[in-house]
Design a protein around this ligand. Structure first.
Ligand code: BGN
Length: 353
């Protein structure tokens, strides 16, 4: 009797377990509970196997599956990698001419969509290898600046540079001092951004090959090695003029430019001497990559060759520790942000011409 009762109990227990399992399925798919076929089953065996698959999937789905996913915009999830060593957009030799009349508005139309206010650009799809400030010593050369901006912005963009262009204008009509303006440009640029590399360029020099990279190298770099005005040759072996690039470390190691070369000539030779005296050497591109065109022009006013400058050159080893970025004094009179460049007007306390 007891055994019979036990069997009945087991039977009802099994029945309730079976019912519970069926109930579970029902909670996911009501068609199962009533053993009615889903609509799709009417179409034969394929539909049946589909139905079985669906059932299987129901029990193996991950907890969050089927819920709406959180939408992560592509731009947020994308992290930029470093720009490649081999730059993909360079074209090599360039046709450069200065006969066309160019207005700043023409130039703006060409490049402004890729620029931030102040003549700044970063490559949109990779992180540039260096942060570069381009420093242009300037006074009354607006025609040249238009040509420079017209050619250089696209070149610098193709070089995937993170760069800003600073035009450092010497205020007033005193004697010009190219080197002191470049020191002021270095100091002003560093107030704005953590630049690692400084390219100092004359406003009238445009490279004829975009493989001539406006960035810094292991040694101070001389870029303008083959100018048309020197018949595409160096005028002398230790020439270091026109366009040069120094890293912040290289610049500080030589105490920057001398501040005391008023008028034309010698300040670039002084730089060369500083570099050699501090145990560094000059790096240069080959004579094809390093070709430049210079805008033809008359000698500037108030920038006569200074007869004192050649003598100063003999003293570089004695003066370089006191005359340089560590003794620079100037006053900023105005900063203007154009789309194509940052213009800084500085009073460098020039003697009257
Ligand atoms: C040199 C100038 C450089 C100038 C080059 C090219 C001097 C110093 C006196 C020996 N050097 O003669 O400053 O860049 O010509 O024009 O004047």
């Amino acid at each position: 009797m007891l055994r019979k009762l036990f069997h009945i109990l087991v039977f009802f227990s099994l029945l309730s377990v079976a019912y519970f399992v069926v109930f579970l399925f029902h909670s996911r798919n009501s068609t199962l509970f009533f053993f009615t076929k889903p609509q799709s089953m009417e179409n034969g065996n394929d539909a049946l196997s589909q139905w079985i698959k669906e059932l299987f999937n129901l029990t193996t789905k991950a907890p969050n599956e089927g819920q709406e996913k959180i939408h992560v915009p592509r731009t947020m999830s994308k992290t930029l990698g470093p720009c490649p060593d081999t730059l993909p957009n360079l074209v090599g030799p360039l046709y450069v001419e200065f006969d066309s009349t160019r207005t700043l508005d023409d130039v703006r139309k060409e490049v402004e969509s890729h620029l931030q206010e102040g003549g700044q650009h970063k490559p949109p799809d990779c992180i540039a290898q260096q942060k570069v400030a381009i420093i242009i010593p300037f006074r009354n050369r607006h025609e040249h600046l238009k040509h420079w901006l017209y050619y250089l912005h696209p070149i610098l963009m193709r070089q995937q540079s993170d760069y800003s262009v600073y035009v450092i204008n010497q205020d007033g009509e005193g004697v010009f001092n190219r080197a002191k303006l470049m020191n002021a440009g270095y100091a002003e640029a560093l107030k704005e951004y953590d630049f690692e590399c400084f390219v100092f360029s004359d406003v009238d020099l445009v490279p004829m090959d975009d493989r001539n990279l406006y960035r810094c190298f292991d040694s101070p770099r001389h870029l303008a090695v083959a100018m048309d005005k020197f018949n595409f040759h160096l005028p002398y072996d230790h020439y270091f003029g026109g366009v040069i690039a120094l890293s912040k470390e290289q610049f500080l190691k030589i105490n920057g430019f001398p501040n005391t070369y008023w008028g034309w000539g010698g300040e670039d030779d002084d730089m060369y001497k500083r570099i050699i005296l501090r145990g560094m050497s000059i790096s240069r591109p080959d004579m094809v990559t390093g070709k430049y065109r210079m805008v033809k022009h008359k000698r500037d006013l108030h920038n006569e060759a200074n007869p004192r400058n050649p003598d100063k050159l003999h003293q570089t080893h004695l003066t370089m520790n006191e005359d340089g970025i560590n003794s620079l004094k100037y006053t900023v009179k105005e900063i203007v942000r154009d789309k194509l460049f940052t213009y800084i007007n500085v009073d460098i306390h020039a003697p009257p011409s």
